[in-house]
Design a protein around this ligand. Structure first.
Ligand SMILES: *[C@@H]1O[C@H](CO)[C@@H](O)[C@H](O)[C@H]1NC(C)=O
Ligand SMILES: *[C@@H]1O[C@H](CO)[C@@H](O)[C@H](O)[C@H]1NC(C)=O
Ligand SMILES: *[C@@H]1O[C@H](CO)[C@@H](O)[C@H](O)[C@H]1NC(C)=O
Ligand SMILES: *[C@@H]1O[C@H](CO)[C@@H](O)[C@H](O)[C@H]1NC(C)=O
Length: 408
């Protein structure tokens, strides 16, 4: 901007200079009539030249300003980060397509054209300064991994109602699926650019990282919960928020037992980077704090080992994050999941509950079924905040329970 004004001054000065040059004609006093017309002509000529100088000066200063702004905007906020925002897009608000600070720290739109590599790199950037230059209210990011529709959408919408500013929602679907929700929904515009996912393969880990990375772009997101379309909340929002925000640990289930489905999935080729005693298993449905989320998104080395050596019947989504955290950040993990599930029936899939199973007593048993666990190193009876798996038929009865046991 400083360049703009300094450039402007010499330019208009130049116009003035040409006017001064015209004064020499005053030394040849013209006849009165000629004087009048010649004077007018001189005045008009001077005006035209002056205006030309001003216009030229302004346009040069303008293009300097635009150049100055653009080059810096692209340096600090690559246009691709905000895909739709390049070149003065309608939604951007900033001059000449630059990203205003607010949109940089809290991206209002989730569309972007970054590749996974670009996105993961961008999401792993961590500010060096400890203080934020804005009032940072920590948020919980709810990451929904789904094939398509969210059968419990009305339940979740009710759960989030009146808590704006304390949560962010991100939805990963199959790439061609369009989530159709009303503008007033908490889920409106919350679909992230998604890729094909085949269950049990590394592409599931890719989708988890994609959800984490998109959520990391918002600097206020502090806790990151992975949920599926068959998950429900079993406590109200304030309880979930307090529990997660105040926790000293992340909640990633992590164990190693000597069975075919656990230790048996270890591949010797992972040594020496991962040794058999370092191998861990746990539920895919994690909860991570920001620091752990950045570590996962930034890791390429261990991810590549799993990509190469954890293939069916090894399932990367059940081993990669528990093993990685155990290797480097074990003390920050509670080693338990906060998503209740019922494996008691045996077999490869957990029990799925429909309308016929839903009652106040059933939900109450999930909220507190006599199990004790630790929270910030103290015993507690609140071990589960979410539960799976539920069939779409359960929705009506669950909506009815929001006024009683679910309390939201
Ligand atoms: C989206 O939902 C609305 C309301 O339920 C419906 O009228 C509309 O046809 C739907 N659009 C698509 C593309 O499915
Ligand atoms: C979880 O396991 C790690 C080992 O990976 C251990 O260091 C840590 O203390 C455990 N966390 C809790 C809360 O016990
Ligand atoms: C409570 O739920 C957990 C998780 O499903 C289960 O392991 C445990 O056996 C249950 N406890 C009781 C007393 O039902
Ligand atoms: C919900 O509660 C209302 C009023 O008690 C009842 O009429 C309705 O059948 C209930 N719906 C379901 C799906 O249980």
């Amino acid at each position: 901007m400083i360049w703009g004004t300094t450039k402007l001054k010499p330019r208009s000065g130049g116009g003035g200079g040409m006017m001064l040059g015209d004064e020499e004609s005053d030394y040849f006093p013209p006849s009165p009539r000629k004087d009048w017309s010649a004077g007018l002509l001189r005045l008009v000529t001077a005006m035209v030249i002056f205006m030309g100088g001003v216009v030229l000066g302004l346009s040069v200063s303008g293009s300097v300003a635009r150049y100055y702004y653009n080059s810096h905007a692209e340096l600090f906020f690559p246009a691709t980060t905000y895909g739709g925002c390049a070149g003065g897009d309608r939604d951007c608000g900033g001059p000449a397509g630059g990203v205003p600070f607010k949109a940089f720290v809290h991206p209002p739109h989730l569309a972007h054209s970054m590749s996974d590599d670009e996105l993961f790199w961008r999401a792993s950037l961590v500010p060096k300064a400890e203080e934020f230059p804005f009032q940072r209210v920590p948020k919980v990011a709810f990451l929904f991994m789904t094939r398509g529709p969210l059968p419990f959408l009305p339940l979740w919408e009710k759960f989030f109602r009146r808590h704006q500013g304390l949560y962010s929602i991100y939805v990963h679907t199959l790439p061609d699926y369009k989530l159709n929700v009303s503008r007033s929904s908490a889920f409106y515009g919350r679909q992230i650019p998604s890729e094909e996912v085949s269950w049990g393969s590394i592409t599931l880990v890719d989708a988890e990282k994609r959800l984490l990375a998109n959520a990391l772009l918002d600097f206020s997101n502090e806790r990151f919960v992975l949920l599926s379309e068959s998950c429900i909340p079993v406590y109200n929002f304030p309880t979930v928020y307090e529990y997660l925000i105040n926790s000293q640990h992340s909640f990633v289930e992590s164990y190693n037992i000597d069975t075919q489905q656990c230790a048996g999935r270890y591949n010797r080729r992972m040594a020496p980077h991962i040794l058999p005693e370092q191998w861990r298993k746990g539920s895919e449905w994690f909860e991570l704090n920001r620091e752990m989320a950045v570590e996962i998104v930034a890791d390429y080395k261990y991810y590549s080992i799993f990509r190469k050596h954890c293939r069916p019947s090894c399932y990367p989504d059940e081993h990669y994050i528990p093993t990685y955290l155990h290797l480097f950040h074990g003390s920050l993990n509670a080693n338990r999941t906060i998503t209740w599930v019922d494996w008691s029936r045996g077999g490869p899939h957990p029990a799925r509950y429909g309308a016929e199973s839903i009652s106040e007593g059933f939900i109450q048993a999930i909220r507190s079924n006599g199990t004790r666990c630790t929270y910030n190193s103290k015993p507690t009876s609140i071990c589960y905040l979410f539960a799976r798996k539920f069939a779409p038929s359960a929705l009506g009865k669950l909506m009815n329970l929001t006024s009683t046991v679910l309390d939201f």
